[in-house]
Every structure is written in structure tokens, then in C-alpha cells.
Design a protein around this ligand. Structure first.
Ligand code: PAF
Length: 293
């Protein structure tokens, strides 16, 4: 695996069908599952690693976002990445950004209400990655279900010749959705109730409940000591709130537990609709490997 800092060098090295897994680093099994999936779909696999400042609405969150290039390089190489594209700010934003990509119809709800400017930052940096690396396929985790919808629409609307593919959530042994921020959680019992609520909603759906408000209440009723921001049943493509679960959709939740903001969801896809509850690890996540936190 080569670690490269510029778009030009990356483009000079790739050939055949190109896959891209965009990340902000501090890799975990969720990223690894996307990388492994991407590996089976392409000839050259690029993973990008860039903690994008423009998508953080809180500077403290940006400052404390975990960063460890050596650790990430080892994980990416072992997972099958050919090129780790790790640009600096100068490469990503050489001049003050005068152009922004907005997908307001999809972005201005749920996360957009609580994280002002977040999706403009995401859509813009992903557009830059697609333009600069020119992948044939790019993979994003379903953990950020709204992000997946925003990026899919942005890529189609701007005619990027790329397939956007979503990957199932990977969960820790106890069900918590993997996130680089999990290393900061203090009240794990409270954090786990997000997952418990979502699984209860998936159970309710499987028992025939399709009313959106009822499914959302099932989640809320399971929550412990968390500061809830939202629970919504949303159309997987448009992110519009749904009254009835009758098409591909997700129930998304965001809550703060102590100083840590967590998001999670359960996704419903296929015909007939089936709940994608994510895949649980059998052992402790690599997020907790000694020396990494
Ligand atoms: O999901 C993430 O890690 C980021 O939002 C992404 C897609 C890499 C853009 O910075």
C-alpha cells in the first residue's frame, strides 16, 4: 500500500475499475467491512483519510477527533487498500472555498437541524474526492444513513459517473454501532439504549407495525438517561419523514450521552422490506486495542 498526499499522484497510480472508501480515519471494523466489500468490486482500491474541518459544527469535536496515521495505515493495508489518499489542508482547500455543494431538500432535516452546515461540508468534500480521484464506485456506511442519501443524490444530480454503494452498520459485541467517537463514551448503559430502542422498533415492524409515529415511540420508550435530539422514520432516498413504513426507509436517532453525541439507525430495504439490524462483532472492537485510545 502507498500513502499519497495529492490527487495528481493518486490519479497517476490508479488503473482499471477504481473503488473509493472515504474516511476520516481512526479506522474500525465498520471501515474494514466497507474496504473488504469495495475490494471485491474494483481493481484499484483507494481509501481517503481526511478529517474534514468544514463538516464540523463544533470546533471542540474537530479538535478532539481521534487521529493516528500509523495505526490507520496498518489497518488499511491489512484490509486490502492499494492507495491511502491522506491529503493535507493545502491539497484539499488550496484557496478559500468559494463554492459549496448543498442538497437542502435532503440535508435540512434531522442531522441538518442539529448540525448547522454539516452536510454542506460533507457534500462539498465528497464532491471534491469524486472529482479528484474519479472512482467508478464509492462506498459509504449506512450508519450515516442521511449522509448516504445526501451523497447519492449529490453524485446523481452533478452527473458524477460513479456508483454509490451503502454498507451495513457494524456493531460492537454489545450492539453499540461502531463509531470513532465510542472511545469517549462514559455511560455505556445509557448509550446502549439507542440500539435497544432501534431493535425494538425492528421487532415491532416484524410483528406488523408500520405506523411511523408508533415505531418512533417504540424507540423513545426504550431510551435510558440520554438527551434525545430526534427519532425519525425517514425515506431512505429523500430523507422525508414517513407516516407509514411502506418503502425503503430508516429509523434514525441522535442523542447526547454525557459529552458524546451518538447517531444510529435501523435500515429497511428490499422487497418485501427487511430490517437491516447491522452485523455484530464477535469480539471487542479494534477501537479499544491497547494504546489506541
Ligand atoms: O463519513 C465520514 O467519515 C465523512 O463524513 C466523509 C464521508 C469521509 C466525508 O468527510
Amino acid at each position: 500500500m502507498k500513502t499519497i498526499g495529492t490527487f495528481a499522484e493518486t490519479r497517476a497510480l490508479v488503473s482499471g475499475r477504481i473503488g473509493l472508501v472515504p474516511t476520516m480515519g481512526f479506522l474500525h471494523e465498520g471501515h474494514v467491512s466497507l474496504i473488504e466489500h469495495a475490494r471485491s468490486m474494483c481493481d484499484t482500491l483507494v481509501a481517503s483519510l481526511y478529517v474534514n474541518p468544514t463538516q464540523f459544527d463544533e470546533s471542540t469535536d474537530f479538535d478532539r477527533y481521534p487521529r493516528d496515521l500509523d495505526r490507520d495505515s496498518a489497518i488499511a493495508a491489512a484490509a486490502g487498500v492499494d492507495i491511502l489518499f491522506a491529503p493535507d489542508d493545502e491539497e484539499m482547500y488550496p484557496t478559500p472555498l468559494l463554492t459549496q455543494v448543498h442538497v437542502p431538500a435532503l440535508a435540512d432535516r434531522m442531522e441538518g437541524v442539529h448540525r448547522s452546515g454539516h452536510f454542506a461540508g460533507v457534500a462539498t468534500v465528497v464532491a471534491k474526492l469524486l472529482a479528484g480521484i474519479k472512482p467508478d464506485v464509492a462506498l459509504f456506511g449506512r450508519k450515516d444513513a442521511q449522509q448516504l442519501a445526501v451523497v447519492t443524490t449529490m453524485a446523481a444530480d452533478l452527473s458524477f459517473p460513479v456508483d454509490i454503494v451503502g454498507g451495513s452498520i457494524v456493531r460492537e459485541r454489545d450492539g453499540l454501532a461502531l463509531s470513532s467517537r465510542n472511545i469517549f463514551i462514559e455511560d455505556r448503559t445509557a448509550a446502549l439504549t439507542l440500539h435497544v430502542g432501534l431493535m425494538a422498533a425492528a421487532d415491532a415492524f416484524e410483528q406488523g407495525v408500520i405506523d411511523g409515529a408508533e415505531l418512533e415511540s417504540v424507540v423513545v420508550d426504550s431510551l435510558g438517561d440520554v438527551e434525545l435530539e430526534y427519532v425519525e422514520l425517514a425515506d431512505a432516498r429523500t430523507t422525508e419523514r414517513l407516516v407509514t413504513l411502506d418503502r425503503p426507509a430508516f429509523i434514525a436517532i441522535a442523542a447526547r450521552i454525557g459529552g458524546v453525541r451518538l447517531i444510529d439507525n435501523v435500515y429497511f430495504t428490499g422487497t418485501p422490506l427487511v430490517a437491516d439490524r447491522g452485523n455484530r462483532l464477535g469480539a471487542e472492537s479494534m477501537l479499544y486495542d491497547e494504546g489506541d485510545s
